[in-house]
Ligand binder design. Structure first.
Ligand SMILES: *Cc1c(COP(=O)(O)O)cnc(C)c1O
Length: 370
């Protein structure tokens, strides 16, 4: 006798995360992981705000107490920042958890979600967990094709996901394109804007999707502390929608889904605009450096507005392996149907320089192919 799992679970695909530094150190038999650089998961090259680190240290001695399950003070701070009601906000164990809440609330056998074919892969992975379908709409120039996505909506469509800026392409949609889409999308379809990288853009270049939340009943905006705020290890993200919608998500949320230290650190990080400003600048300079180097090397790349960049290297998996042998972790892109590319997270100036030196060696060795 064996147990009787839901039959569709066995066929679910695994998410392939960026390889942890320690895992590579173990694999290569290194006694220390210090020399390894990870440019694989779009983490913040500068680390967390010092104010967030202080907050965590102060919180440490209270960790015998359960967290505030409703993340009251964090939601209060976010509500003030966005000029919405606290009841319009839900905090998650990363914004990934909120994607899961959405799936729980909206998907069932026979239903579908609509997404771009090279958008964040998590949307595609979650649909079959609910025996639902992910309809993937081809991108044009590695950018969401919103007209085609509208055309792909069926009576069974419950959600449309738009990652803006998108991971892994680093491309972004304009306000005009979003406005035109919102004017046509059926009100019965939940529109989910995943804005994990939005704070890396200067404020005047960030599309205003909060206006849709305020004027429509079917819009969710997801944001995270994992990227611009440098708190990926703590797992804290949030979603904003109408109070009615947020109440639906709360029904499938575990009572203590976000830990107490994460709540404290997130509140402190939220107050440190200066730190975000420094990261923005580091990313802009780093992108310019990398794009310039790729041009010098004669490598094609996809101009990016986020803290990572797709570069065409021939056989992506092979280059990923070769870089790992040289202690640099990047991300292969075959899972996204881009086998000729790797995705590289913008690092510190030193890390970027080291990466470029190694890439030049790989070109000489014929491992990177133009
Ligand atoms: C990194 C990322 C997230 C954030 O995930 P968390 O669970 O908040 O760490 C969400 N969406 C996209 C597109 C991302 O790249």
């Amino acid at each position: 006798m064996s147990t009787i799992p839901n039959m569709w679970i066995k066929n679910l695909a695994f998410y392939e995360p960026g390889r942890p530094i320690d895992e590579l150190a173990r694999e290569l038999g290194l006694s220390s992981a210090d020399e390894i650089i990870k440019l694989a998961s779009n983490e913040n090259a500068l680390g967390p705000s010092p104010k967030a680190v202080d907050a965590m240290q102060r919180a440490a001695s209270n960790m015998h107490i359960y967290p505030d399950g409703g993340s009251f003070y964090l939601r209060l701070a976010l509500a003030q920042k966005y000029h919405v009601d606290m009841d319009q906000i839900i905090v998650g164990n990363g914004s990934n958890e909120i994607i899961e809440f959405l799936a729980h609330v909206y998907l069932q056998p026979g239903s579908n979600l609509v997404m771009a074919d090279k958008a964040f892969i998590v949307y595609k992975l979650i649909a079959p967990a609910y025996q639902a379908e992910a309809i993937t709409v081809p991108m044009v120039d590695l950018t969401h094709d919103l007209d085609a996505m509208l055309a792909a909506i069926t009576p069974q469509t419950r959600m449309v996901f738009i990652a803006n800026p998108n991971n892994p392409t680093g491309t972004m949609l304009s306000q005009d394109a979003l406005d035109a889409f919102m004017d046509q999308v059926p009100a019965s379809v939940a529109v989910v804007f995943d804005e994990a990288y939005i704070e890396l853009l200067p404020p005047d270049r960030q599309p205003d999707t909060m206006a849709y939340v305020k004027s429509r009943p079917n819009v969710y905006v997801l944001r995270t502390f994992s990227k611009a705020y440098g708190l990926a290890g703590l797992r804290v993200g949030y979603g904003i929608s109408t109070a009615e919608n947020i109440q639906l998500l709360n029904r499938v949320r575990q009572p203590f889904n976000v830990n107490a230290m994460a709540q404290e650190a997130a509140m402190a990080a939220l107050e440190d605009d200066e730190h975000v400003e420094i990261i923005r600048k580091l990313v802009i300079d780093g992108l310019a450096f990398l794009q310039n180097a790729f041009e010098e090397m004669g490598l094609e790349y996809v101009p990016s507005v986020a803290n990572f960049i797709l570069v065409k290297v021939g056989r992506g998996r092979k280059v990923f392996d070769a870089l790992q042998q040289r202690l640099i972790i990047v991300r292969p892109m075959d899972g996204y149907g881009l086998p000729e590319y790797v995705r590289i997270t913008v690092g510190t100036a030193d890390q970027n320089r080291r990466l470029v030196l190694v890439m030049k060696q790989l070109i000489e060795e014929g491992i990177i192919e133009k």
